[in-house]
Design a protein around this ligand. Sequence first.
Ligand code: MLT
Length: 407
Amino acid sequence: MIHANENYLKIQASYLFTEIAHRVKAHQDAHPEAKVIRLGIGDVTEPLAPAVVAAMHKAVDDEASRETFRGYGPEQGYPFLRDAIAQNDFRKLGVDVEPDEIFVSDGAKCDCGNIQELFGRNVKIAVPDPVYPVYVDTNVMAGRTGANSGGRYAGLVYLDGNAANGFVPSPDDLDADVVYLCFPNNPTGATATKTQLQEWVDWARGRKALLLFDAAYEAFIRTPGIPHSIYECDGARECAIEFRSFSKTAGFTGVRCGYTVVPKGLCAWTEDGSPVELRPLWTRRQTTKFNGCSYITQRGAEAVYTPEGAAQTKATIDFYLENARIMKEALRGLGYDVTGGTDSPYLWVNVKGESWAFFDRLLKEANVVTTPGAGFGRAGEGYIRISAFNSRENVEEAVGRIAKVLG
Ligand code: MLT
C-alpha cells in the first residue's frame, strides 16, 4: 500500500490564490456580464520592456542556427547573466556578491519553497504573520510542524506584524534557527529601515541562525536609505540568503526568472556542531533537481541591465507606483488606514471588519477582486491587500466603484 505524505493533510485544501480564483469564477459564472477588475494576485499587466523583447528575439535566432544553438545550460545560470546581476544589483550598492554566489532559477517562489530542503527536520522556523503562504506551506509539507489550530501550526514561531510595530517585527527574545523575512513586504507593503534589518542580522549572527530574505519587491523602493539588499547590513554574508525575482521588477511573471544568493562561507551546523557550508549544498540540490532557466529567458533578463532596459523597466514600475498612489489616496479619503503603496505595489488596508466578508462585498458589489488579509495568516484578519498591477483605466474604474460601495 502506498502511504501518502500526511503532512499535506495538515494544510488548507487549496493555495490562497487558487481559493480566490474559485470564488471569482463562481461570481463571474453567476454574472457573465460583470466586468471584473483584478487587484488580487500580484500579477503584472504591462508588457515586457522593448529591450527585453529584442534580446529574447535575438536569443530565439541564436537557437535557430547550428553555430549559436544552446542546449542544456549551466544549472546555476549563464555567466553573462550572473555577471550582470553581481555588477548591477550588488556592486553598484557597494555590496560584495560574487557571480558564483548567484544561482539563477525560474523564480523566487520556487527558491523560497525549495530552500528548506537544506535544513534539518528539527530546525525551529520563524515566519512573519501576515506571511507569504509559500514559506509556511513548504515547511508543513516537509513535516516541520504539527497540526493547524486556530490558523497557526504547532511548532512554527509566528512574528506578528501589526500597526503598532509598523508591520516590521523585531527579533527581541526570539528563539528560532531560521527566519523568513520579506521587505518590501508581501502582503503589507511595509519596508524595513537599515537599523531594523541590522538588528535582525546582529541577532542571527549572535545565535548561529539564518535569515531567508525575500527581496522580490526591491525594485519598488524609491525612498532613499531603505536597503535594497540584506547584504547592505554589516555581517549579513555570514547569516543570510537572499531571493530576488524578475517577475515584478521586469514583468516576468509568465516568463519566469529569479535568483538566489548563497554567500561563500555561509554555514549551517551538523548535530555534533561541525559547520556545513550551504553554497555547495544548494549547488548540489540545484544540479540534481533543476536543469536551468532557459537561454532565451536569461538573455531577456540580461537586457534588464542595459541602459535602455533599465530605463524602460523603471518606467513601468513608476507606472504601477502611481496606480498605488491613486488608490491609497482614494482609500484614505474614504477614511481607511492604509499601509504600503509607496515603496511597494501592495496596499494593506484596515477594513475595520472581517477580511473575507469585505473581500466578498467588494467582489459582489464592485466587481473588484482583492486579497483577504486573513489568507496571509491570523494577524492578517481585519485587512485586505490591494495590488497596483493593472492598467490606469482599470485602477481608476476600480477606485470609482469602491468609492460608490464604501462611500
Ligand atoms: C502574490 O500575489 O502574493 C504573488 O503574486 C504571489 C507570487 O509571487 O507567487
